[in-house]
Design a binder for this molecule. Structure first.
Ligand code: MSP
Length: 520
């Protein structure tokens, strides 16, 4: 089978309820997946949850549950968020699933047999929050460890180490030769800077089962479980292996694949947040090389959200609950705001006032008003029947379609949305300039009115196709109001002239009802 465009997100730790950061990342990945599919590409989109490790185990203990029962409950919450967000995922991985454990153990066995691991004593600092060991170099100038590591404890223990030393130079060369490997560029430079200025230490890849038993047993030594990051990164290939991807199953020595198995690996895109870049851009490529597998084509790194200028934090209550926002404002308002407000890369700041203002001005007054007045006038003046074709706005639409396509191909979602919005704005100006409500009063202007109404309906149709990856529910409603049923999910439908004269549209209705009360 031909290779699919394989896109993944980070898999979330389920030590609490999902928050804005989790939902944001999944939405941008979904928009990319939908946009590619709309452009005719076969896509496989994977997300899931990261269930092992101390953090999750501690959360389970705090909740008075067994780790498995706790994970089963939380995994269901994350899965239901995926469907509330309307993620077009092809699979949802849980790292406690047998199919995943089997792949992790196969990798450990293979790498151990090839001499990639050795056992050694460690004495030093450990952060449970980051699930990682720290060194003196991680201390701040005042001697403390950065607050995002949480409580840091001293540990002495024996573990298996994965050989990272001597792997530095090929990785530097690779990143230098492949400028697209890590995006945006400033994240790539950050990784290069780290690799050029530090010596990689071998990676502690196990934890003693006596201290932490919530992990995948190490197949060659049952006194240990797999370090949660070694386990988690493997999800990107354990799922292809489970689907029978021949490249992965043969590299890992797993059962041979049926002929119909999809070819997924290497991933085309790993979408991740900035805090987990080192794991994806340093450890993961070295692990893959050791397994004899190719590297992912691109790591796309997004920034972090704050709310009202402060860090998101459960303890201070400074949180955005994506489900509550969706319940109040609708899914598309959420999907629109996060992409419109923040490009993929820098950090962002959610403000309730900004959310409301974009809802009112861009969704309700911009897109909603355009579609609603266009279709209402078509209903009122032409009985809802599409008039003779006119191409007045066709060149403008074609320009924006081409621009949007190019931006989507580069995963520039915010810029693509801005490009689409210039069409919304121009079409609204076109209504004001041509004043169809005045034309309707003058029988001599009947032909002109036909032209204007055709152009507006056709722009509405094209906007629906362009916007489908971003705000699918709204795009579907526009299509329905236009009396159309098919091909919304196909970018080629953006060519001018899709509406046939004589076609009867459906019922116009407000796309974004105005909210008078302040958000609670
Ligand atoms: N389990 C690891 C990832 C393993 S991937 C093989 C993990 N989980 S996490 O739940 O802490 O984070 C999941 C994703 O959410 C990460 O990409 C992270 O950057 C992102 N975000 C967490 N908080 C965020 C914000 N405040 N803003 C934007 N994204 C954030 O790390």
């Amino acid at each position: 089978m031909s290779k699919s465009f394989y896109i993944t997100t980070a898999i979330d730790y389920i030590n609490g309820e999902p928050h804005l950061g989790h939902a944001y990342e999944k939405v941008i990945a979904d928009i990319i997946a939908r946009a590619r599919r709309s452009m005719g590409v076969e896509v496989f989109f994977l997300t899931g949850v990261d269930e092992h490790g101390q953090k999750v185990q501690q959360a389970a203990i705090a909740a008075g549950k067994t780790a498995q029962a706790y994970c089963d409950e939380l995994a269901a919450v994350y899965k239901s968020l995926a469907s509330r967000l309307r993620l077009t995922i092809d699979d949802f991985v849980r790292t406690t699933e047998p199919r995943h454990k089997q792949a992790v153990q196969a990798i450990l066995t293979k790498l151990h047999a090839e001499g990639f691991f050795y056992k050694s004593n460690y004495e030093g600092f450990y952060s449970a929050r980051a699930e990682t060991f720290l060194t003196e170099k991680d201390r701040l100038p005042d001697g403390t460890f950065p607050p995002h590591y949480g409580e840091v404890v001293r540990l002495v223990e024996e573990n298996y180490y994965f050989r990272l030393k001597d792997q530095q130079q090929w990785l530097i060369d690779y990143i230098e030769k492949n400028p697209g490997f890590i995006q945006p560029d400033y994240r790539r430079n950050e990784v290069l800077g780290f690799l050029r200025n530090n010596t990689l230490e071998d990676l502690c890849s196990t934890r003693p089962a006596s201290r932490l038993n919530w992990g995948i047993p190490v197949p060659f030594d049952r006194d240990f479980v797999t370090w949660v990051w070694f386990d988690a990164l493997v999800n990107y290939i354990s799922v292809p292996a489970a689907h029978g991807d021949p490249g992965v199953t043969s590299a890992l020595g797993l059962a041979p694949s049926p002929d119909s198995a999809p070819s997924l690996w290497p991933a085309d895109l790993h979408v991740i947040g900035k805090d987990i870049l080192k794991f994806h851009a340093v450890y993961w490529p070295i692990m893959l090389k050791a397994m004899g597998l190719p590297l992912p084509k691109q790591i796309l790194v997004h920034g972090w959200w704050q709310k009202e200028g402060e860090k998101l934090s459960k303890s201070t209550g400074n949180v955005v609950d994506p489900i509550a926002v969706i319940d109040e404002w609708g899914l598309d308002a959420f999907r629109f705001y996060v992409v419109r407000e923040l490009a993929i890369g820098p950090d962002g700041n959610w403000t309730d006032a900004g959310f409301r203002s974009r809802y009112d001005s861009e969704l309700a007054n911009g897109l909603g008003n355009l579609v609603n007045r266009s279709l209402s006038m078509l209903k009122r003046y032409r009985n809802g029947i599409i008039p003779k074709r006119s191409d007045e706005l066709s060149a403008e639409a074609a320009r924006i379609v081409a621009e949007t396509r190019a931006l989507l191909e580069q995963n520039q979602l915010q810029a693509a949305l801005l490009s689409i919005w210039t069409l919304v704005t121009h079409a609204n100006q076109y209504v004001d300039r041509t004043a169809p409500f005045r034309l309707a009063k003058d029988p001599a202007q009947s032909q002109r009115l036909d032209e204007v109404l055709y152009n507006l309906a056709e722009v509405g149709r094209i906007l629906a196709v362009l916007l489908w990856p971003f705000i699918p529910g709204t795009a579907e409603r526009i299509y329905k109001q236009l009396g159309l049923a098919e091909s919304l999910e196909n970018f080629s439908q953006t060519s001018w002239g899709g509406l046939t004269p004589g076609h009867a549209i459906g019922e116009p209705a407000a796309l974004f009802p105005r909210k008078d009360a302040a958000p609670s």
